[in-house]
Design a protein around this ligand. Structure first.
Ligand SMILES: Cc1ncc(COP(=O)(O)O)c(C=O)c1O
Length: 436
């Protein structure tokens, strides 16, 4: 009997006792290759001495000081160094405890921006179906992931959703022709139909996260979306909680398309999971507008936390030592290796991704893309087969119609060696082929 309210109550979980590099060891001595960095979190790898030292050093300086009473060297230094790599000018960083809080903060920043511009009628947030922005209620309302929303629908419904950029099942009837223009027109139509004076923000993941298994938009998608947002003064929020800090092979996902969002959210890889941390960053322009307004009514006990900032700075420096390039190079190789290995696997509909963020979509029929019925639990069985073979993968289900749809994700630490990458490829292919 345990007193833990488990996140996986149907399974007896092994106890993790240590982790090093890309390996996690349990209490029975079994070693698991961390092929998805948990939930696509651990970018620099486990047990990195410089990160652990930075955390210890910070703990010896200050533990908790309230962010309205003090700033700290750790937070100031982190903000300065991270602002230099963010895809926005003169960024202002608002540190929080994780991705959902970062999204809540970003949404409130967008509202504060409009209030400061005397545009108080703007409250609607538009996001995309099959998106994920977090599990707190505001972030969940932005999320378009049906199975997660379902139990809480009475508490949701203020935000609107348009189609996702999802090439494998694109909703544009003319696909693959004119998809970017079609998506942009859909966004424009929604803004105009509700009235641009009612719409505050558009939020999206630059490359779709687990919900759509690393679905990469067409090359012209983002510029078309940005144009629509700018033409209506709708705040563009890039949710980089999963894609940020090198995951897609560039510092941020939007860098692939030279997009400068108004607000950017980060979490997960920002500290590589060493301590809970995330942030919302406002561009200098958005910050200046908010600063001129009635003020930003917001805050958490744990915001602007020095420990998170110290860990984030150490992670940033590890990433700067070549790991972002490694994510790009190894990601390219792993993606083509998986495509080759799985090209004749009858259950594999698509293998896609960018950098070390890779998704495998499982289908019952490769021609029609018909999904497996949920009762077949295909993604769960692949994860179990992988686990038995000492490999940890990540999964998502329900994207096709709210119930059916199976996706398996890879997102290993960038420090993965070539030999370990070969093991990851071999064990993933074997686990996928084992389930049919
Ligand atoms: C794109 C995106 N946004 C927000 C979140 C929520 O982050 P957290 O789980 O740290 O609250 C996630 C988590 O998976 C995410 O992938």
């Amino acid at each position: 009997m345990t007193h833990v309210f488990s996140r996986a109550p149907s399974r007896d979980l092994p106890t993790a006792v240590s982790a090093e590099g890309v390996w996690i060891t349990d209490a029975d001595g079994k070693k698991y290759l961390d092929g998805a960095g948990g939930a696509i979190v651990v970018n620099v790898g486990h047990g990195v001495a410089s990160v652990i030292d930075a955390i210890e050093e910070q703990l010896e300086r200050t533990q908790y000081v309230h962010p309205t009473a003090f700033t700290t060297e750790a937070v100031e230094r982190y903000a300065e160094e991270v602002a230099a790599i963010l895809p926005m000018e003169d960024a202002r960083i608002y540190p929080v405890s994780g991705g959902s809080e970062a999204v809540e903060t970003a949404l409130k920043m967008a509202r504060a921006y409009h209030l400061a511009k005397d545009q108080g009628g703007r409250s609607i947030v538009i996001s995309r179906r099959n998106s994920y922005h977090g599990n707190s209620l505001g972030a969940l309302d932005a999320s378009g992931k049906a199975p997660l929303r379902k139990p809480y629908t009475p508490w949701l419904g203020r935000f609107l959703h348009i189609s996702a950029a999802y090439e494998f099942r694109c909703e544009n009837p003319q696909h693959p022709h004119g998809c970017a223009a079609w998506h942009a027109a859909e966004l424009d139509k929604m803004i105009v139909s509700y009235g641009e004076d009612k719409v505050a923000a558009f939020i999206a993941e630059p490359v779709s996260g687990a919900t759509l298994g690393a679905a990469v938009p067409s090359d012209d998608y983002w510029s078309a979306i940005v144009e629509v947002c700018r033409s209506h003064d709708v705040v563009l929020i890039a949710d980089e909680v999963m894609t940020g800090f090198g995951r897609t092979g560039s510092w941020f996902g939007v860098d692939h398309w030279n997009v400068q969002p108004d607000i950017l959210t980060a979490g997960k890889g920002a500290t590589s999971g060493y301590v809970p941390f995330g942030f919302a960053a406002a561009s200098g322009r958005v910050y200046e507008v908010i600063a001129e307004g009635p003020g930003f009514v917001h805050g958490f006990t744990w915001s602007h936390n020095a420990l998170g900032a110290a860990a984030g700075l150490a992670v940033l420096r590890e990433l700067k030592a070549g790991l972002v390039d490694r994510s790009r190079e190894l990601g390219d190789r792993l993606l083509s290796g998986l495509r080759e290995e799985l090209q004749d696997a009858p259950t594999v509909g698509d293998v896609r991704g960018l950098g070390l963020m890779i998704g495998i979509e499982l289908v019952r029929d490769r021609e029609s893309h018909e999904p497996f019925p949920r009762s077949a639990a295909v993604a769960e069985r692949i994860l179990a087969a992988a686990r038995d073979a000492g490999l940890l993968l990540y999964s998502s289900t329900g994207h096709v119609d709210g119930a059916n749809g199976d996706i398996v994700m890879l997102g290993p630490p960038f420090s993965l060696s070539d030999d370990e990458a070969a093991t990851l490829l071999e064990r993933t292919s074997a686990a996928v082929r084992a389930v049919s």
